[in-house]
Ligand binder design. Structure first.
Ligand code: FAD
Ligand code: PHB
Length: 391
């Protein structure tokens, strides 16, 4: 088989890239380890930045997102039993975030690619990438038991944090920056209407809690738990009472409860691989970087990377110039590091660390107090949360 761009992974990065390339009349084939059903049901991110929404809408894959996505103009920060609204819309000059589940974005993109005749090969195994340090890169994989090769001009490694592309680059050519936080998030999906129409980030002495949603009928809720926590220690009742304690408020607040549909525990990590390219192999999204979920940036960064990559490849195929391709990693990393900083800042401000001294506690409350009382500080949060400008 032959194509122009061989893409490993049908997550947001791989699918958006394939879609953007198609609009530039550049051919690609996407190889995905999982089934179509699996990737269309996998529960992950939920918050889309303004730029991500605009890009999906402008490129023709945003019709359902526009119809069903929940546009939010603000978020609440809650600490010391009080809630403080950050007016994202007003502070960012008219930008918003949209709550629309990642698996819905995936469904829309898969449908659009297949409708346009795009090739996504699901359930491949034994994927390996070769020849990207020379002129003839190719991807070897197994489909229905048979080994096949996909020859291409470039390989896009969009295969997530545990994929094969990043580890295929010689270790000496990559520097990685890694920090694992000393806590995790227990997340639930509940058949319960959101308790508030906007997201609530709670700082509490028992630990962080987050109130999010997927639809007007389904809530997505998270609580900070220790890293070695087992899900069986968290029966539904315990989760609800912990959510209640961490969101306690002087004033009107009622936590809506309902059947728990899904439960999982995920760690929080900050990770960057530099550079994000080697020869004809380009890494994008979680394959190159991970952010702790507190800033809601992961999916958005994946989209931002492939937007840059698609532009660079388009320039190459139009003019033969490699100027943008050569600078791909450098261009992406400026945004990536700013998102890292923001996500780290939100995480350290809102979570409880076992090592916290009374001084740390007071400093954290002072930071939240300053933030929610200063227009300058809130503006900084707002512009990062809705997404920094593309360029
Ligand atoms: P992935 O989505 O991981 O896609 C990689 C794809 O490659 C997968 O489909 C995988 O099956 C496939 N693959 C892997 N290995 C191979 C292989 N060897 N061969 C072929 N295919 C392979 N981000 C936000 O922006 N906002 C949020 O609110 C948010 N909340 C989150 C909550 C949770 C619980 C989690 C886990 C993540 C959250 N994120 C959030 C992060 C976001 O989900 C990821 O950053 C995003 O999925 C990255 O997209 P990607 O395409 O780079 O990688
Ligand atoms: C989510 O809805 O899953 C979500 C929202 C905001 C975050 C992280 C996750 O910061």
């Amino acid at each position: 088989m032959r194509t122009q761009i061989g893409i490993v992974g049908a997550g947001p990065a791989g699918l958006v890239l394939s879609h953007l390339l198609h609009l530039q009349k550049i051919e690609s084939v996407v190889l995905e380890a999982r089934s179509r059903k699996y990737i269309e049901e996998r529960i992950r991110a939920g918050v889309l930045e303004q730029g991500t929404v605009d890009l999906l809408v402008e490129t023709g894959v945003g019709a359902r997102l526009k119809r069903e996505g929940l546009v939010h103009h603000g978020i609440e920060l809650r600490f010391n039993r009080r809630g403080h609204r950050i007016d994202l819309y007003e502070l960012s000059g008219g930008k918003a975030i949209t709550v629309y589940a990642q698996q819905e974005v995936i469904k829309d993109l898969v449908a659009a690619r297949l409708k346009a005749g795009g090739q996504i090969i699901f359930e491949v195994s034994d994927v390996s990438v070769h020849g990207f340090d020379g002129p003839k890169p190719f991807i070897r994989f197994r489909r229905n038991g048979q080994v096949e090769e996909l020859h291409c001009d470039f390989i896009a490694g969009c295969d997530g944090f545990h994929g094969v592309c990043r580890p295929s680059i010689p270790a000496s050519a990559i520097t990685d920056f890694d920090y694992t936080y000393p806590f995790s998030w227990l997340g639930i999906l509940a058949q319960a209407p959101p308790s508030s129409h906007e997201l609530i980030y709670c700082q509490h002495e028992r630990g962080f809690a987050l109130f999010s949603m997927r639809t007007p009928e389904v809530s997505r809720l998270y609580i900070q738990v220790p890293n070695d926590e087992e899900i069986k220690s968290w029966p539904d009742d315990r989760i609800w009472s912990e959510l209640q304690l961490r969101s306690a408020l002087d004033g009107n607040w009622k936590l809506a409860r309902g059947p728990v549909l899904q439960k999982n525990i995920a760690g929080l990590r900050s990770y960057v691989a530099e550079p994000m390219q080697y020869g004809k192999l380009f890494l994008a999204g979680d394959a190159a970087h991970i952010v702790p979920a507190t800033g809601a940036k992961g999916l958005n960064l994946a989209v931002a990377d492939v937007r840059i990559l698609a532009q660079a490849l388009a320039e190459f195929y139009k003019s033969g110039k490699t100027r943008l391709l050569d600078r791909y990693s450098e261009t992406c990393l400026r945004r990536v590091w700013k998102a890292q900083r923001f996500s780290w800042w939100m995480t350290t401000m809102l979570h409880k660390f076992d090592t916290d001294s009374p001084f740390d506690h007071h400093r954290r409350i002072a930071e939240l107090d300053y933030l929610t009382g200063s227009r300058a500080a809130m503006t900084s949060l707002a512009e990062n949360y809705v997404g920094l400008p593309w360029d």
